[in-house]
Design a protein around this ligand. Structure first.
Ligand SMILES: Cc1cc2nc3c(=O)[nH]c(=O)nc-3n(C[C@H](O)[C@H](O)[C@H](O)COP(=O)(O)O)c2cc1C
Ligand SMILES: [Mn+2]
Length: 519
C-alpha cells in the first residue's frame, strides 16, 4: 500500500531501516544538498531490482530527515525516493514490473486501430481503471492557514542545491542582451519537489507538474515550466485571455503524489486520476482558501497564489539533472496569497545533478510503468531502456522484433512523435536478442551492426529545453541508429554474417564435465 501522508511515508521508511534522522544543525544553503548527494551514492539498505544490473541500481543510501535546519522550524525530508525499493514503497508495489502489469490491464480492452484513435483513447484508458479524486470539506493541509502578509516563503526551509544557483554574475544567462534589463534578482533557493496545480481555463482539466520554483521574496517566486509542458500551456491560455492564473504548489500528500506530478501523461489526462490509480483510491481534495483551485487534502504544505501574465523574472541559473547549470532566462512571476500547512509539517525536497541522483529512480519508474502505453502506441517495441548517462531525454535503447525493411526507422519516427519521448536525442534500435538493460550489449551491436552513413537517421525537431548543445533553445536535431540486422531493401547490404554462438550440445557437454577438467 502507498501511504496517505508524507509523515506516514517517513514513518514507514524509518520502520524499514530506510531513514536517517539528522539532529545536527544544518544550513539549507548547499549543506543539505551536499549531504544528500553523498548519501545517495551509498548502497541502499534494500539493494536493487533484477532488471537494473548497473552499479547505480544498488545505490541510494537512506532517506534523510533534517530536524534542525537554520532559519526554519520545519524539518526537511530529502532522498525519500532515492532508491528502487523506496520508489516501489511509495507507489505501493513490490516491483515496477508488477505495476506495469496493472497498467497493461488498463490497456488490454483496447480495440481502435489507427494511431489517432489510440491517442484519443488514452484518457479513457487511464480513467477506466482509476479512482477519481474526491472533494472533502477539510484536510490536514489547512490545519494552519497563513494569509496575506502572514504568508512568508522565507520561513520555509527552502534549499539551495548548487553553488551558482540563482547567480546572474556567473555568466550563466541565456538571453545576455536582456540580462541588462534585470531589475529584480532571485535567491539561490528553489522549491524542487512541489506539485504545481493548475487548471485549463477552457476545459477545466486539472494538471499537476513538477516544476522548480525559485524563491524571490516572502511572497514572490519564479515558475520554471518548460514550454512543452502542460503548466506552460495553461499559462499561455490565461495570458491570451489577459487573465491571472491561479496556481498552487502542493508539498507532500499521498506517497504517490510526487511521482504522479513527474509522470509524462498526455495533455488532458489528469495526473490526479493517475495518482488515484496508483494509490488504489481517489485522492482527497480540499478547496484552496484564497484561489479557485482544489489541492490534495493530505498535503503537508500548500502555497496558494497566482501567476501574473504581465510580469517576467530572470529565473536561474540552476544546477540541473543534465549535470550542467541550466541557463537563466525569463519565466513568469508567481505571487503568493496564502501558505497553509498541517501542524508540525515536514518540508520535502530533492536535488538533481549528474546521475545517479534521486530522480534516476523516479525516471526508471516511468520507464517501466509507461512501457505498456508505449507498446500500445508503437506495437513494434518489445522493451526499452533509458540509460543513466542519457539523463532520460538524451538517449533511448529500443528493442524490436524486426520483420520488414526500415522498421527500425519507422519506430524512431514514431518515438519522435510520442509525447515527452519525442525529445529523445539519440535512439538506438536493436534486435530481439539484445539486452537493452545491458549497455555493453547495446553498444556492441551499435558499433558492429551500423554503417554510420547507411544506418543513421537525422531529423530536426523540438528538443528538451534543458539541452544546452542544441543550436536553439528547445529546437535542434536528433539521431537514430538502426543497429538491427540489415535486410536487402535497406540500402546496399552484403551477406550478413551470423553472430557467434556455441552449439547447445557442446555447451551442455562442457557444463556436465566442468568439474572433470580440474579447474
Ligand atoms: C525532480 C524533478 C524536477 C523537475 N523539474 C522540472 C522543471 O523545473 N520544469 C519542468 O518543466 N519540468 C520539470 N520536471 C519534469 C516534469 O515534472 C515532467 O516532465 C512532467 O511530466 C511534466 O508534467 P506535465 O506534462 O503535466 O507538464 C522535473 C522532474 C523531476 C523528476
Ligand atoms: Mn500533465
Amino acid at each position: 500500500m502507498s501511504t496517505a501522508t508524507l509523515f506516514d511515508f517517513i514513518s514507514d521508511l524509518e520502520t524499514q531501516g530506510e531513514l536517517a534522522r539528522v539532529k545536527a544543525r544544518v544550513s539549507p544553503v548547499l549543506e543539505i544538498a551536499q549531504i544528500a548527494d553523498r548519501m545517495s551514492k551509498l548502497p541502499a539498505p534494500h539493494g536493487h531490482i533484477e532488471l537494473d544490473q548497473t552499479a547505480a541500481g544498488k545505490l541510494g543510501g537512506k532517506a534523510l530527515l533534517f530536524e534542525n535546519v537554520e532559519g526554519s522550524d520545519i524539518p526537511v525530508a530529502i532522498n525519500t525516493f532515492g532508491s528502487y525499493w523506496r520508489v516501489n514503497r511509495a507507489l505501493g508495489t513490490e516491483n515496477l514490473d508488477a505495476l506495469a502489469g496493472r497498467v497493461q490491464q488498463l490497456v488490454k480492452p483496447e480495440i481502435p486501430t489507427t494511431l489517432l484513435e489510440k491517442m484519443k483513447k488514452l484518457p479513457d484508458l487511464i480513467k477506466l481503471g482509476s479512482f477519481p479524486p474526491k472533494s472533502v470539506r477539510s484536510g490536514i493541509c489547512q490545519q494552519v492557514v497563513l494569509e496575506g502578509d502572514k504568508a512568508d516563503l522565507t520561513r520555509l526551509p527552502i534549499i539551495q542545491c548548487w553553488p551558482l544557483d540563482g547567480n546572474l554574475n556567473s555568466g550563466q544567462v541565456f538571453d545576455k542582451d536582456a540580462a541588462g534589463k534585470v531589475t529584480e534578482r532571485g535567491t539561490g533557493r528553489y522549491i524542487t519537489l512541489g506539485g504545481i496545480h493548475t487548471i485549463n481555463p477552457d476545459t477545466g482539466d486539472r494538471n499537476i507538474g513538477m516544476y522548480r520554483v525559485q524563491l524571490f521574496g516572502p511572497r514572490k517566486a519564479a515558475m520554471h515550466w518548460h514550454m512543452h509542458h502542460d503548466g506552460a500551456r495553461h499559462f499561455r491560455m490565461y495570458r491570451s485571455r489577459g487573465q491571472k492564473m491561479p496556481l498552487a504548489v502542493a508539498l507532500g500528500g499521498e506517497s504517490v503524489m510526487p511521482y504522479a506530478a513527474t509522470a509524462p501523461l498526455p495533455p488532458g489526462v489528469e495526473e490526479l486520476l493517475f495518482a488515484g490509480f496508483l494509490n488504489g483510491s481517489g485522492i482527497e481534495l480540499v478547496k484552496c482558501r484564497t484561489i479557485d483551485l482544489e489541492v490534495p487534502a493530505n498535503a503537508e504544505i500548500v502555497i496558494e497564489g497566482y501567476v501574473d501574465p504581465n510580469e517576467k523574472l530572470m529565473e536561474g541559473p540552476f544546477g540541473d539533472h543534465t549535470g550542467f547549470y541550466s541557463l537563466a532566462d525569463w519565466y513568469p512571476a508567481f505571487h503568493v496569497t496564502a501558505i497553509t500547512h498541517r501542524k508540525n509539517p515536514i518540508y520535502p525536497t530533492t536535488i538533481v545533478g549528474k546521475p545517479p541522483m534521486e530522480d534516476y529512480f523516479l525516471g526508471k519508474a516511468t520507464e517501466r510503468v509507461f512501457l505498456p502505453l508505449l507498446k500500445m502506441l508503437i506495437p513494434d517495441i518489445i522493451d526499452y531502456s533509458l540509460p543513466m548517462a542519457g539523463v532520460f531525454h538524451n538517449c533511448a535503447f529500443i528493442k524490436i522484433r524486426k520483420e520488414y525493411p526500415y522498421q527500425a526507422r519507422r519506430v524512431m519516427h514514431a518515438i519522435w512523435g510520442a509525447g515527452q519521448m519525442s525529445f529523445t536525442k539519440f535512439i538506438i534500435v536493436v534486435d530481439e536478442q539484445v539486452n537493452v538493460h545491458d549497455e555493453q550489449d547495446v553498444l556492441f551491436h551499435l558499433f558492429a551492426n551500423c554503417d554510420p552513413q547507411r544506418d543513421s537517421e537525422i531529423v530536426r525537431g523540438p528538443v528538451d529545453i534543458l539541452d544546452h548543445a542544441s543550436p536553439d533553445l528547445g529546437a535542434g536535431s536528433k539521431i537514430g541508429f538502426d543497429a538491427t540486422v540489415k535486410l536487402s531493401a535497406e540500402g546496399r547490404v552484403r551477406v550478413w554474417p551470423k553472430e557467434l554462438e556455441m552449439d547447445q550440445k557442446t555447451r551442455e557437454l562442457v557444463e556436465r564435465r566442468w568439474k572433470e577438467y580440474g579447474f
